[in-house]
Design a protein around this ligand. Structure first.
Ligand SMILES: [Fe+2]
Ligand SMILES: [Fe+2]
Length: 264
């Protein structure tokens, strides 16, 4: 199983003159081209939220147009910047029969659970009793096979305090649920706009890097709101021989690979 994770693409309406710090739409074009060129080719692309900048129709249309260029199945999740109703209408996915836009699929021997953590109207997310019950069912249905959970808001504090504030109420119950399912070994997240890793309930939880601007790294007790144009890209997560291994592909600063002289 090889899975590519896109996150926080923050797509804009091509017609808009909205302030931008990088070329958001051009970055997704580069990422899609790069994923299509991956060899081996990923089995699945998962996009973990904040896919549009404000959930507006022109932004969603551009997102749909760009993701349609992927030559691989793609499954999307909403973040705090997306609009659930229009996203649900725009993407033909096995959506949960619920208010939240969660889903579960089995691909290449792995169960992949997409958990919608959106709290409408808020920057932070939510893991409420309804989603807890839905996730418990999705994990129970795995029948012991390797399981990955994808979600927008990380279920752990990153230490970047202005991002962590009110980030995922209910994360403690999420961790208890994960810990009860040892076959859940990977959790993919977005929202933070920079790569971060921690263990949650015994599973490795990682935040993927954004294709656009990043959040500046500042671990002070009180950190200012600061962004930074760090190298952007996406991640590849491979499950092989019973183990997940994750890699980062940069898209904006990477030069072509070259063979050093001593490789002859
Ligand atoms: Fe974001
Ligand atoms: Fe977000």
């Amino acid at each position: 199983m090889l899975l590519a994770q896109l996150t926080d693409t923050h797509i804009l309406d091509p017609e808009s003159t909205e302030e931008r710090w990088v070329d958001n739409n051009g970055r997704l074009t580069m990422a899609v081209d790069s994923i299509n060129a991956e060899a081996p080719r990923p089995d699945l692309v998962v996009a973990t939220g904040d896919l549009t900048n404000w959930g507006e129709p022109g932004q969603l249309a551009e997102l749909v147009r760009q993701l349609a260029r992927l030559e691989i199945e793609v499954l999307v999740l909403p973040g705090n910047h997306d609009d659930r109703a229009s996203m649900k209408a725009a993407f033909d996915q096995p959506w949960a029969e619920a208010d939240h836009l969660s889903w579960v699929v089995d691909r290449a021997g792995v169960r992949v659970v997409g958990l919608d953590t959106q709290r409408p109207g808020a920057d932070g997310g939510l893991f409420d009793p309804e989603r807890e019950a839905w996730l418990a069912d999705a994990l129970a249905g795995a029948d012991g096979r390797a399981t990955m959970i994808a979600m927008h808001h990380p279920p752990f504090d990153t230490g970047i305090t202005w991002m962590d504030h009110d980030m995922l109420p209910g994360a403690d119950r999420f961790e208890v649920l994960v810990a009860a399912h040892p076959n859940v070994t990977r959790i993919l997240c977005g929202h933070i706009h920079r790569p971060v890793q921690s263990l949650v309930g015994g599973a490795l939880a990682t935040v993927g890097l954004s294709t656009v601007h990043h959040v500046a790294l500042n671990l002070a007790d009180v950190s200012p709101i600061e962004l930074i144009r760090d190298p952007a890209g996406y991640q590849l997560h491979r499950f092989r021989h019973g183990r997940w291994v994750s890699h980062t592909r940069y898209i904006d600063t990477a030069e072509p690979a070259f063979a050093p002289s001593w490789a002859d």
